[in-house]
Design a protein around this ligand. Structure first.
Ligand SMILES: Cc1cc2nc3c(=O)[nH]c(=O)nc-3n(C[C@H](O)[C@H](O)[C@H](O)COP(=O)(O)O)c2cc1C
Length: 247
């Protein structure tokens, strides 16, 4: 798939005079992030099967973004529309998004609350979005709480990842930030919980990572892996492998 620069925004050098934002530089400290062990065994496959739609096959959580790409307003709106049209329990739509665009005040405030490892890569993305889900009915009882709120938010974010991919962009979701500081900084009401972050942008060209820390380059090149279907698909009873997987 093409990198889709034209319909998602533009690079800064092509944006001069169009109010497209500012270039950012700056390295931060090194990572101590680890990959969760446990069920992620050597049996997991790193090959993305051809049966997947290309939008899913080509999706990955990119860590190295083109820091000159500027997200256009129509592109941003399209991505948010994807979340808007996600399904939710009783059509409750219990999600919220705080959007920072690289170069604006919101983005700068978000960068401040990121974990030190996420501060190394996330600021280069064209947008950082904090996600929220509803955790209680509001004081006016206008918004009823749903037990499925976090689930619904997850679906909305999944829609964002697919819509972004269709536009040549990628996202990396993250939980590594100070949730309490974010809630305070953005005046989040008590019946909402700050949940995750999303870095959204144009993947950097191959070879554009020379100035980045070695840990980041190494991590971004790690093969992607997944559990086999047999590890989580059951039939008859939990723990029983489904026939259609073993036949
Ligand atoms: C809820 C959630 C939290 C995550 N937190 C972080 C994070 O703090 N930092 C980071 O670099 N990646 C984070 N990730 C990205 C995952 O590490 C990544 O999705 C996973 O390794 C699978 O890679 P893939 O999406 O390319 O298949 C997070 C992803 C999710 C869904």
């Amino acid at each position: 798939m093409g990198r889709g620069v034209a319909d998602t925004g533009c690079r800064e050098e092509t944006c001069v005079g169009h109010g497209c934002g500012v270039r950012e530089d700056g390295e931060r400290d090194v990572s101590d992030e680890t990959v969760t062990p446990g069920r992620h065994t050597a049996t997991a496959s790193s090959a993305q099967p051809d049966v997947l739609t290309p939008l899913l096959r080509e999706r990955e959580s990119v860590m190295i973004y083109d820091r000159t790409h500027v997200l256009s307003t129509p592109a941003l709106r399209a991505i948010l529309e994807a979340a808007r049209w996600a399904p939710s329990a009783g059509n409750s739509q219990p999600w919220g998004f705080i959007v920072g665009l690289r170069g604006d005040e919101t983005h700068a405030a978000m960068v401040e609350v990121l974990s030190s490892a996420n501060q190394v890569w996330a600021p280069a993305a064209s947008a950082i979005i904090l996600t929220l889900h509803q955790v209680a009915t509001d004081e006016d009882h206008e918004i009823a709480y749903s037990d499925y709120a976090m689930f619904d938010l997850g679906q909305a974010v999944a829609h964002i990842t697919v819509q972004a991919r269709s536009m040549g962009l990628q996202v990396r979701q993250f939980g590594g930030f100070d949730h309490r500081a974010a809630a305070e900084r953005f005046d989040v009401p008590p019946h909402w919980a700050v949940t995750t972050g999303i870095a959204l942008g144009l993947p950097a060209e191959a070879g554009a990572d020379d100035a980045l820390p070695e840990w980041l380059r190494a991590r971004s090149r790690l093969p992607r892996s997944r559990l086999p279907l047999e590890a989580f698909v059951h039939s008859g009873k939990f723990g029983h492998a489904a026939d259609f997987l073993t036949d």
